[in-house]
Write a protein that binds this ligand. Structure first.
Ligand code: HAM
Length: 429
């Protein structure tokens, strides 16, 4: 018999991993609610053309593409933004602006598998549609901060740039859009020398090549200083200057609204996806060199799909990578969840009492298992320990006579006698 395995880059999430993933998903959903984002559900399979438009060569070449039985070119979604833009251009076109959309699910890219890089992965995606204003960009940054804070990740930082800085220069130097895209792709892959070479080959002025070379070095956490340096470098290109000022306004809004986000401005930072038109950013943690999320402004995608010109800005968080970072930062997410309880009757005859107590606790929304293997107490507790159960309620004859049970804290390994009528309150403390 063949031994079946998951396909390369695809994973099963067994209970512990699934639990962490669900915890992150629930937190993302909470953040969506807190910020007023309405959840929608879109198909996993979309037309290839929709997904490929403005995806950029990198994502495009890694799509799971196939012909369906009707001969149509289709693909598994590598991200959610095209589906949202499709909706904004069609069924949601008359929706009053702005509107906030949240979607969450699996996405597929034929990436080379490694730690934190899979072929099936999860994203939570937030899109704020219908406004050019910098408050919207700032909101996408701050909600990302809220999500990361809420799952317990402390050490993380945002790398921020603006595609308008470089595109403003290349546009004025009459570099064709196709070449601009190729340059941005190389910048995204940090192949800076090749990017500068392409800029040179595109026939731009010497001054422009020099400025691009220096721009790549322009980065740091002193936002005012970095932005001033960038502005000086691009001062001959009006739309690049406007991009710098736009970025300044967005970041000032973030800082002045009381969010303490670790921000790094990087003028040479670009993103692989081609639909971006403004601010772009990615999220990093110290122990992983891959991004935990990314996003930016895309003001032209909806009209490309036949909708009204509609500005938009959004972000997608890589949920698998977030759980990985939680593991490396040793975040005890379980402490924030409800505790798990096992009810163990000391002997056979106390089974029904155990079931009654379990029901009592479940009625109060507690997570309860009952010993069903007829094991002796020590064995049952050993098993509960192995499965990282938080509490055991031991139903014994002596205590029961006084209307009580033994409540044992399995992590602290101490126990006390609690009257059954006070059990629910005691567990809620
Ligand atoms: P993205 O940067 O391509 O942006 O993906 C967002 C996040 O998804 C990445 O930062 C990463 O955490 C996660 N991710 C991507 N590929 C993989 C993979 N192979 N394995 C594990 N995780 C992965 C977007 O998808 C845009 N749609 C974001 C956006 C929304 N821009 C505007 N609105």
């Amino acid at each position: 018999m063949t031994e079946f395995k998951t396909l390369r880059g695809m994973r099963d999430l067994l209970p512990e991993d699934a639990k962490m993933m669900v915890y992150v998903q629930e937190t993302a959903r909470k953040v969506a609610k807190l910020y007023g984002y309405k959840e929608i559900i879109t198909p996993v399979v979309e037309s290839y053309e929709l997904l490929a438009t403005k995806a950029g060569d990198e994502v495009k070449s890694r799509m799971f593409t196939f012909k369906d039985l009707g001969g149509r070119d289709v693909a598994l979604r590598p991200e959610f933004t095209p589906s949202v833009a499709r909706l904004v251009a069609t069924s949601m076109r008359n929706e009053p602006k702005p509107f906030r959309i949240f979607c969450m699910g699996s996405a597929y890219r034929y990436d080379e598998p490694q730690r934190g890089r899979y072929r099936e992965f999860w994203q939570s995606d937030f899109e704020l549609v219908g406004t050019f204003r910098p408050e919207a960009d700032a909101e996408i940054l701050t909600l990302t901060d809220s999500l990361f804070q809420k799952v317990g990740l402390r050490k993380f930082g945002l790398k921020v740039g603006h595609v308008g800085i470089l595109r403003g220069m290349l546009g004025k130097e009459k570099v064709k859009e196709k070449d601009q895209n190729a340059i941005m792709q190389l910048m995204d892959k940090k192949q800076h020398d090749d990017a500068v070479k392409l800029v040179e080959d595109a026939g731009v002025s010497k001054k422009c090549v020099e400025a691009v070379r220096e721009l790549i070095e322009c980065k740091g956490k002193d936002i005012v200083d970095v932005l001033n340096r960038i502005k000086e470098l691009v001062k001959d290109y009006e739309s690049s200057v406007a991009a710098v000022e736009n970025l300044r306004t967005i970041l000032e809004l973030v800082n002045k609204s009381g969010y303490k986000i670790d921000l790094t401005v990087d003028a040479g930072f670009a993103r692989g996806l081609e639909y971006y038109t403004g601010m772009v950013f990615e999220i990093f943690v110290p122990d992983l060199d891959i991004a935990l999320g990314g996003g930016g402004r895309y003001d032209k995608l909806v009209e490309l799909f036949g909708g009204e010109p509609t500005p938009a800005v959004g972000v997608a968080h890589g949920l698998d990578r977030m759980t990985l970072a939680m593991e490396t930062q040793k975040i005890d997410f379980k402490a924030k969840e409800e505790r798990t309880i096992i009810v163990v009757p000391i002997k056979e005859e106390l089974k029904t009492e155990a079931l009654k107590i379990a029901r009592l606790l479940r009625d109060a929304n507690m997570l309860v298992e009952v010993e069903v293997m007829g094991r002796k107490m020590t064995k049952a507790l050993e098993d509960a320990d192995r499965r990282k159960t938080d509490y055991a309620i031991i139903v014994g004859e002596r205590e029961l006579k006084e209307g009580s049970v033994v409540l044992r804290d399995l992590s602290k390994r101490d126990q006390r006698i609690v009257p059954i009528e006070k059990l629910v309150d005691e567990m809620k403390r």
